[in-house]
Design a protein around this ligand. Sequence first.
Ligand SMILES: N[C@@H](CC=O)C(=O)O
Length: 311
Amino acid sequence: MKTTAVERADLARSVLSVPPLARNADLSLDVEANAALIRYLEAGGVTTLMYGGNANFYNIDLAQFAETLGMLQDKAGADSWVIPSVGPDYGRAMDQVAVLREHDAFPTVMVLPLNFPATPDGVATGVRRFAERYGKPIVLYVKNEGYITPELAGKLADDGLVCAMKYAVVREDPSKDALLSDILQKVDPDMVISGIGERPAITHVTQFGLTAFTSGSVCVAPRSSTALLHALKRGDVAEAETIRERFLPLEDLRDGISPIRVLHDAVTLAGIADMGPMLPMLSNLSGDERARVEPVARELAALDASLADAA
Ligand SMILES: N[C@@H](CC=O)C(=O)O
C-alpha cells in the first residue's frame, strides 16, 4: 500500500474508486469479500481506493473504523493507495485522529461533508483543526453549494492543509458551474478531482481542467472506467464519450433509486463479491429494485470482462 505523502501525480494515476464495504449478516466486516473486490479493481487497473460514502463511513463506529483501517492496509496491493474517510461531524472526526495515529500508514484521509446545518467559516475552522491535529493534509469533499467558499478552500490549500479536493456538486448541465469556476480561481485544478462518477467526468476534465475522477461504478467495470481515464489523458474525447455511454444504464438506475444502495447490491448481483447487508442508516434494495439492477450490472461487468479477454 502506498504510504508516502500525496503528490499531485498520485491523483491522476488511476480512477479514484469509491467502493462499497462488504459485511457479514451480523454487520461485521466480511474480510474475504472486501479483499475480492479490491483484487477485482486492481486487476482492472484501478489502484486508488477511496472509502467514503459508498462504504457508508458516515455511520461506522469507532471500533469498526479501526478494524477497517487494519483490513484495508492488509488487503490493498503494494501499489495501491487507500484513502479512508473521517467525520462527517466535527467531534467524530477529532476522535478518529487517535485511531489514525495507530494506523499511521495512510497518506491522507477525506473529511466527509456534513449534512447538519453548517457554515462556511465553521467548516473551514473544523477542517483546519482536524488537519492540524491529524498532522497531514486532507482531501476536502465539496458536495453542496454553500458548504465552503472558494476563498476559504483556497486558504486551506495555501496553508498546506488540503492535498486534494473532491468536487461533487451535481448540476443539470455540468458545463455550467459558476462555483467550480470560482473554486478553480483559488485552488490549483491539479488538486481538484471530479467527484460524481463517469457522467460529468468528461466535462469536468476537458472544460474545467480537473485532474481525474472518482467513481462507484468502476467497482463493476474497472477496465472500462480506466479506459475512459486513459482516453481523456490522451485527449481522445470521442472514445471517452463512447466508453461513458456504457455506464449510463447503471448510473441511471443509481440516480433513480439511490446511488449508494444500487452500487452496493450491483457488486453482489454482478457476481463480483457478496457485499452483504448495508450498515444502518441505509438498507439493501427491495426485490423489485434488485430485479431491475441485476441485468444491468451483469451486462456492464460482462462488457468489462470482454475487455480483459481482448487484451
Ligand atoms: N458518488 C460517485 C463517485 C464517488 O464518490 C459514485 O459513487 O459514482
